[in-house]
Write a new protein. Structure first.
Length: 135
């Protein structure tokens, strides 16, 4: 499961940033997950909690905050930006896009010019958004 690998990467990043900032105790870790990222949130949260609780480090008791970054598209033809709205799609299509975001071009069109030529400008990936701690 890639949720464990993602959690491991987040923990490694936290360790690196904590070392760079000379933090002796981490109190809060905020992780952003793109709306279109294909992960099981519960598994990812569990993996993070397990890795942090077993860590022999200053992050052992850190509070983990997961935030979802809404997906946003930008039309390459007319420049219109819009948010991903699952309620405008059938449940099957919305789920397919969540699992394979590249399928969005098959089912979604620019609301202004109706072009399928757009880019996903936000709402993908997993990253460390912030880190709070004590020096």
């Amino acid at each position: 499961m890639h949720e464990w690998a993602l959690a491991e990467s987040v923990v490694a990043t936290v360790k690196r940033v904590a070392h760079e900032k000379k933090l002796h105790r981490i109190t809060e870790i905020t992780v952003k997950v793109g709306e279109l990222q294909q992960i099981e949130r519960e598994i990812f949260e569990f993996a993070l909690e397990q890795m942090l609780s077993q860590a022999d480090s200053p992050m052992r008791d850190a509070k983990v905050v997961l935030e979802v970054e809404r997906a946003q598209f930008c039309c390459r033809v007319c420049g219109t930006r819009w948010a991903f709205e699952t309620q405008q799609l059938s449940p099957e299509i919305a789920e397919a896009i969540h699992f394979i975001p590249e399928l969005a071009h098959t089912y979604i069109r620019c609301p202004q010019c109706h072009s399928p030529d757009f880019e996903v400008v936000q709402g993908r990936g997993v990253w460390l958004a912030s880190l709070k701690g004590e020096e």
